[in-house]
Design a protein around this ligand. Structure first.
Ligand code: ATP
Ligand code: MG
Length: 370
């Protein structure tokens, strides 16, 4: 794609303002949509990806799944398809102002674990929704997480490019081995799970591993293995245990329990990792100040909760909701006990009292009566 597209109108409704950036699969543009009076971001994939029918169908499948995701920490997909003239695949999304997590670490260095946890819990919660509907991200890395401010709330991460790695099928840039056909490697070596590195079929736990590495980098400013060439890095993902964060940055005095929490996400065998993104999120709650229960705000969507047993974090309903359900039950029980006590009292006293019509209603307040 050349700069020639700047200022042009595409799809009869968007006018391209400028190029925001360039990634492995294509370029992202800022555009305005006058009819809606809004600014959008349009990712236009390389022309070479448009020529293959299998990739186009895969793109449509992934984009459709992505456009169904509604989580507040997932970028909203507005439209997808192929450009009329070039046939290039595109995805129009909400435009986000912010800085990606990779840049943020470059600019500000390691983050305080509580802040990093608040951000990661939201990312995991977005992953949980996607995993529930069968969408695996496959290329979760700091560049694909934008830190934005939404409705005045800072540190709101937005996850980009869900499932898009599945579209690509060749090595696109240094450091990024990409592919999707079974048995072949794709993803970004630094954030790739061991099973991804071995070219195996992936499930949601691959994203959990990648999230673990991202979190490691957020709190230490470094990766869990020594810097090296891509292929060596892939070998590290498969067999080298991560350097404990307390050894990686002893001067930061990070809490030792962090090693346990991250270590579980980074287990080589996916059966030993957190089973769900929500389980990882729940473990991160331990790093928040006492009383702060961020996870409760990000419980699973109700439809998903019906399909599988809710993970512990999802079960944590807001305290207010619990109270609302619990109070009427307690009041009813107290009323029954008082009524029974009244009845017992009445029966004990009954022989001394004149018999009435037998059909008398025993008032709950009987003991107070003269
Ligand atoms: N919806 C959006 N709003 C604002 N900026 C965006 C949006 N989507 C992507 N960007 C930015 O556009 C740039 C290019 O993104 P792109 O996804 O193409 O590259 P990448 O993430 O570096 O690599 P990859 O292709 O492997 O995902 C990045 O700087 C990204 O932050
Ligand atoms: Mg991206």
């Amino acid at each position: 794609m050349t700069e020639g597209i700047i200022g042009k109108e595409i799809l009869g409704q968007f006018r391209i303002i400028e190029r925001i950036g360039k990634g492995g699969m294509g370029e992202v543009y800022k555009a305005e949509q006058p009819a809606m009076d809004r600014v959008v971001a349009i990712k236009i994939l390389h022309q070479k990806l448009a020529g293959r029918q299998d990739l186009v169908s895969r793109f449509r499948r992934e984009a459709r799944a992505m456009s169904r995701l509604t989580h507040p920490n997932t970028v909203r997909v507005l439209l997808y398809g192929q450009l009329e003239d070039t046939g290039q695949l595109y995805i129009a999304m909400e435009y986000l102002e912010g800085v990606d997590l990779a840049r943020n670490t470059q600019l500000s260095g390691p983050m305080d674990p509580a802040r990093a946890s608040r951000i990661m819990i939201q990312v995991l919660s977005a992953l949980q929704e996607a995993h529930e509907v069968g969408v695996i991200h496959r290329d979760l890395k700091p560049e694909n997480i934008l830190l934005t401010t939404q409705g005045g709330i800072a540190d709101t991460p937005k996850v980009l490019d869900f499932g898009l790695a599945k579209i690509n099928d060749e090595k696109m840039r240094p450091g990024s081995l990409v592919l999707t056909r079974e048995g072949m490697v794709f993803g970004t070596p630094e954030f790739m799970s061991p099973e991804q590195a071995r070219g195996e079929t992936l499930d949601a736990r691959s994203d959990i591993y990648s999230a673990g590495i991202i979190f490691y980098e957020m709190v230490t400013g470094q990766l869990p293995f020594p810097r090296c060439k891509s292929m060596e890095y892939i070998a590290h993902q498969i067999k080298t245990p991560p350097i404990p964060i307390t050894e990686r940055r002893p001067e930061l005095h990070l809490p030792p329990e962090l090693d346990l929490i991250i270590g579980r996400a980074l287990e080589k065998d996916r059966n030993n990792r957190y089973a769900t993104a929500m389980e990882f999120a729940q473990a991160l709650q331990a790093l928040l100040p006492p009383g702060e229960q961020l996870g409760a705000m990000y419980s699973m969507p109700p439809a998903a909760a019906k399909q599988s047993p809710p993970p512990p974090a999802a079960a944590a309903a807001p305290a207010g909701a619990k109270d609302r359900q619990g109070k009427p039950l307690v009041i009813a029980l107290i009323a029954i006990i008082v009524a029974l006590l009244g009845l017992v009292g009445y029966l004990l006293m009954a022989p001394d009292q004149p018999s009435t019509d037998g059909g008398a209603v025993v008032p709950v307040s009987a003991p107070d009566q003269p």
